[in-house]
Design a protein. Structure first.
Ligand code: PMP
Length: 416
C-alpha cells in the first residue's frame, strides 16, 4: 500500500485507499488527524459556548477555557438568529404545536405551519408553489436526483455546492469553467439534440468566492438551446437585491429561472431548504422525491422562518447595515493590498494561494482574536487556498477594524 504524505495530504486523499477496508482506513485517517492536531492545524469543529454572533466564546485546541473571538465564520448574515421577534415566534409555535411533526409529509406530517411557509417562500419570489426539505443540502441533492436520470444531462458551473454534485450522481454531468459563458454556450450547443432533459445548474452567490452568476446571460442562453435553469441562491437570499430576493432580483431574472432552490439556514436563521418552481414540477417532487416522501418534516419552530421572511421586508435596515459593513471591510482589505477577488456579497475571500501560508494565516488570525476559516482543496483548487470572511449586519465597525489590523499583521508576517 502506498503511504500518504501527511505534509501535503487533504481529507479527500482518504476517501479511497486501495486494499484498505473501512476500519483500516478510519484508523489510518485517525493518525492523520492526530498529526494535524499536534501541529495545531486542526482548527475545525471549534466549540462555541456562546450564541451565534459577531463575537463568540470559542474553545481553542489545547486551551482549558474558551476565548472571546471576533467571528467571521457565520452565514447568519442579518443577525436574525438573535432577533427577539424570531425567537418569540419559535417559542410561540412550540407552545402551540409542541416540538416535532411526528411523520413525513405525505402520511401525517404536513401541518398548517408547513403550508404557510411553502406559500410564503413561493410568494417571496413572486411565485405560487414551493416545497420544503429539511436541509438546503437535500433541497438540491434530492431535487436533482429526482428530476434527472441516465438519459438527461446536468450542466454545472464547476463552483456549485457539493449537494449539487451529489444530486447528479445518476445522470450525465458536464462541468463548465466557473462563470465561463463561451464554454457554457458550446456545451449547450453540443448537448442540444442528445439528451431528454438538459438542466443548467448554477449558484446565485458562489460560496467560496462570494461572486455572482450572470443570470441574464445564463437564462437566455439555456432557453435558447432548450435547456432549463436551476439556481441555488443559498447565500444571496436576504443579502442581495433591493428587497433581498437575491441575485435573480438584482439581475431582473426572477420570472426566467425555472427552479429556485435555497436554504433557511443562512439569512433566515433556522434550518431547512426549499424548492420554488411551477405547480406541475412541485406536485411531481411532492410525490416522487424520496427524501421529501420518506423523511419526517421539520418541527413547529418552522414558524420562526415565516417571521424572518416578514422581517426581511419590515426591517430593511439590517440589509443596509450589512452592506455598510461589507463596504467597510472590503475597502480596508483592498487598502492593505490584499486580493479579494470579485465578491458581490457578504462572503469575502482573502486569496492567498499557497496552502501552508493559508493555514499559518488562519493560526495567526486566531492568535490575534479573529476566527476566520482557511479554505483549501478539495473545497477550492489546490492553488486557490484562501481565508474566507463572512460579514454580518451585527458586526460593529470597531470589530471589523480589529479584523483589518489582524490582516495587516498577517500580511507583514506571513504573506511577504
Ligand atoms: N447551497 C450552498 C451554496 C451552500 O453554501 C450550502 C451550505 N453551506 C447549502 C446549499 C446547503 O444548505 P444547508 O446548510 O441548509 O444544508
Amino acid at each position: 500500500m502506498k503511504k500518504i504524505d501527511f505534509r501535503t495530504a487533504s481529507f479527500k486523499d482518504f476517501e479511497h485507499i486501495a486494499g484498505m477496508d473501512i476500519m483500516e482506513r478510519a484508523r489510518y485517517f485517525r493518525t492523520y488527524l492526530d498529526y494535524l492536531a499536534k501541529r495545531r492545524r486542526l482548527n475545525y469543529r471549534l466549540e462555541s459556548s456562546s450564541p451565534c454572533g459577531p463575537e463568540m466564546r470559542i474553545l481553542l485546541p489545547g486551551h482549558q477555557r474558551p476565548k472571546k473571538l471576533i467571528t467571521m465564520v457565520s452565514n447568519d448574515y442579518l443577525g436574525f438568529t438573535q432577533h427577539p421577534e424570531i425567537i418569540r415566534a419559535n417559542i410561540t409555535a412550540m407552545n402551540q404545536y409542541g416540538t416535532g411533526s411526528g411523520a413525513s409529509p405525505a402520511i401525517g406530517g404536513h401541518f398548517a405551519y408547513h403550508q404557510l411557509l411553502e406559500d410564503r417562500i413561493a410568494a417571496f419570489y413572486g411565485r405560487e408553489h414551493a416545497l420544503l426539505y429539511t436541509t438546503g443540502y437535500t433541497a438540491n441533492s434530492a431535487t436533482l436526483q429526482c428530476l434527472l436520470g441516465k438519459d438527461d444531462i446536468a450542466i454545472l458551473d464547476m463552483a456549485v455546492h457539493a449537494s449539487v454534485y451529489e444530486g447528479c450522481q445518476l445522470t450525465n454531468v458536464k462541468r463548465v469553467l466557473h462563470n465561463n459563458m463561451d464554454m457554457l454556450n458550446n456545451v449547450l450547443k453540443q448537448a442540444q439534440h442528445s439528451y431528454r432533459t438538459k438542466l443548467v445548474v448554477v449558484d446565485g452567490v458562489y460560496s467560496q468566492d462570494g461572486d455572482l452568476a450572470p443570470l441574464h446571460e445564463i437564462t437566455h442562453m439555456a432557453h435558447h438551446y432548450g435547456a432549463y435553469v436551476l439556481m441555488d441562491d443559498a447565500h444571496g437570499t436576504g443579502v442581495v437585491g433591493a428587497t433581498g430576493r437575491g441575485v435573480a432580483e438584482l439581475t431582473h431574472t426572477l420570472p426566467d429561472i425555472d427552479i429556485i432552490t435555497g436554504t433557511f439556514s443562512k439569512s433566515l436563521a433556522h434550518l431547512g431548504g426549499y424548492v420554488v418552481a411551477d405547480d406541475d414540477l412541485i406536485q411531481y417532487l411532492k410525490y416522487q422525491s424520496r427524501q421529501h416522501l420518506f423523511s419526517t418534516s421539520a418541527g413547529p419552530s418552522t414558524l420562526g422562518i415565516v417571521r424572518a421572511l416578514e422581517l426581511i421586508d419590515e426591517e430593511p435596515q439590517w440589509r443596509t447595515k450589512l452592506w455598510e459593513n461589507i463596504d467597510h471591510l472590503t475597502y480596508g482589505l483592498l487598502g492593505l493590498g490584499l486580493d479579494i477577488g470579485t465578491t458581490g456579497s457578504a462572503i469575502v475571500p482573502v486569496k492567498i494561494g499557497d496552502i501552508a501560508k493559508t493555514l499559518e494565516a488562519g493560526k495567526q488570525l486566531l492568535r490575534a482574536g479573529v476566527y476566520a476559516n482557511p479554505i483549501m482543496y478539495p473545497a477550492v483548487a489546490k492553488k486557490d487556498a484562501r481565508i474566507r470572511l463572512n460579514v454580518m449586519a451585527t458586526h460593529t465597525q470597531a470589530q471589523l477594524d480589529r479584523v483589518l489590523e489582524a490582516f495587516a499583521s498577517v500580511k507583514h508576517r506571513v504573506l511577504r
